[in-house]
Design a protein around this ligand. Structure first.
Ligand SMILES: *Cc1c(COP(=O)(O)O)cnc(C)c1O
Length: 447
């Protein structure tokens, strides 16, 4: 288990200017305040209300291209499959599809979303530790590129379903390489104690058994060692070295193998982490797997979408507590769950032009939900933020909207896509009527 994160020294927090310098899609204008691409965030709040997720199309495109370019520059034959659990907005998926990305999905809902966004099934990987019979059937009927299986029980089930449909299922085995990605305990997945994948030592025998099943076309092997990996390429290289060893053993047995799925997990700099560059990951893949001459796949989520989004929120009020100032926002943990789950750090920028250069004092930034964990930041240097002031919570484009709920009967926030000087609402704010749609009273309560 990873130790709890040490308390961060607020004195080392990046300044507003430093946060802006790292995020080229955001800038400060003397008149308009905080601007995403060419759209003032204040204008979006005025038109769409708050809280609202706002995504930068230019950033999504730039990051998708950066990954593909890095892989190509390393001389790899590679495809990139966006992990839609990071951001499943159809407009975001369609934009990434136009950039040539496929999708990595973990449920029927995500598969349907990716297809609805125009991503062909032949570019979609189905991952996840428990796929239902219905999900497998749909994936096969759609003509899925690959199913990443995580157990012999699942492989047997896929074979039976596929054979019954008169098909062969393209299956890769997800291998648990037992390496420590040194990320948060809740998002590490490649240790033998985690529920994911098949044990490395069992993988070869399993591959051979899979190859003998009637309904399966053995495609390859896959791994995914965790999320928000920022401590260099060591864990990746260790995992890929083990995959290379496994590929050689598979080939030595005369078994077919077509490609290697290298997973996702590339981290981003929320605060001052050293985020690995795509070229470093491509280099690690090339170094460990290049000699095998197989095409590779990547399944990034956070790295592509995280930095592209902000959660735009309005201050309800400032409250002077006995020991500290609280800034209470109209966004809460039901919108952005990450702070309550992983104690992460998210940059917070005021939107008004004067507030971006005003003197600051420490404040806790919280939401109105009735939980003490509904806290976005502690001891954060912020200016006076009177009721109605706008703030942007940074790097909320991944695991933001997708993890939100209606806890405390709070409607789901709207989503907006900014593209140059244009913006569009890409998901309506949920209405209060819709909050209770589908609920009904049993007749014995209505009499
Ligand atoms: C979540 C997940 C990803 C994406 O992880 P990121 O850290 O967002 O890159 C990729 N592959 C699988 C199997 C996953 O479960």
């Amino acid at each position: 288990m990873a130790a709890p994160a040490p308390a961060l020294d607020p004195g080392n927090d990046p300044s507003f200017a430093e946060l802006l310098a790292q995020r080229p899609h955001l800038s400060r204008h003397a008149h308009d305040g905080l601007v995403m691409e060419d759209v003032p965030l204040a204008r979006i709040a005025e038109v769409v209300g708050s809280p609202t997720w706002v995504y930068s199309a230019g950033t999504l495109r730039r990051r998708a291209r950066a990954l593909r370019t890095a892989l190509a520059d390393a001389g790899l034959t590679a495809t990139v499959h966006f992990a839609t659990k990071a951001n499943d907005n159809l407009a975001v998926l369609a934009l990434l599809g136009h950039e040539g990305l496929g999708a990595d999905v973990v449920s029927e809902g995500e598969l349907r979303g990716a297809r609805a966004a125009g991503i062909p099934a032949s570019a979609i990987v189905f991952s996840g530790v428990g796929k239902s019979e219905r999900e497998i059937r749909l994936a096969l009927a759609e003509g899925i590129m690959q199913i990443n299986a995580e157990s012999i029980e699942e492989i047997a089930m896929i074979s039976e379903i596929a054979a019954g449909m008169g098909r062969t299922a393209p299956v890769a085995i997800r291998v648990n390489p037992d390496v420590d990605a040194k990320t948060h305990a809740k998002i590490t997945t490649g240790l033998s104690e985690n529920k994911f994948g098949v044990a490395y030592d069992d993988a070869l025998a399993l591959y051979a058994r899979m190859a003998a099943l009637p309904g399966i076309r053995p495609i390859g092997i896959a791994t995914h060692i965790g999320s928000q990996i920022t401590v260099g390429m060591g864990a990746y290289r260790a995992a890929y070295a083990r995959l290379a060893e496994l590929v050689r053993a598979i080939r030595a047995q005369g078994l077919p193998i077509e490609r290697i799925d290298c997973g996702g997990g590339l981290g981003i700099a929320y605060r001052d982490e050293i985020a690995p560059a795509p070229a470093a990951l491509a280099g690690a893949i090339k170094a460990e797997l290049g000699a095998l001459g197989l095409p590779v796949m990547l399944e990034p989520g956070r790295w592509i979408a995280g930095p592209a989004g902000v959660l735009l929120s309005r201050v309800i009020l400032q409250k002077q507590g006995a020991a500290r100032r609280f800034v209470v926002l109209d966004a809460a943990m039901n919108d952005l769950l990450r702070p309550a789950m992983y104690d992460p750090w998210h940059g917070i920028l005021p939107v008004a032009p004067a507030a971006l250069v005003a003197p600051t004092a420490p404040a806790d930034v919280v939401g109105p939900v009735c939980e003490s964990s509904d806290c976005f930041a502690r001891d954060r240097a912020l200016p006076d933020l009177p009721p109605g002031a706008l703030v942007a919570l940074l790097d909320a484009g991944a695991y933001g909207a997708t993890m939100s709920s209606t806890y405390n009967a709070r409607p789901l926030a709207a989503e907006v896509l900014v593209d140059g000087a244009r913006f569009a609402v890409v998901r309506d704010r949920q209405s209060y009527e819709a909050l209770h749609t589908g609920q009904r009273l049993p007749d014995w309560l209505t009499g």
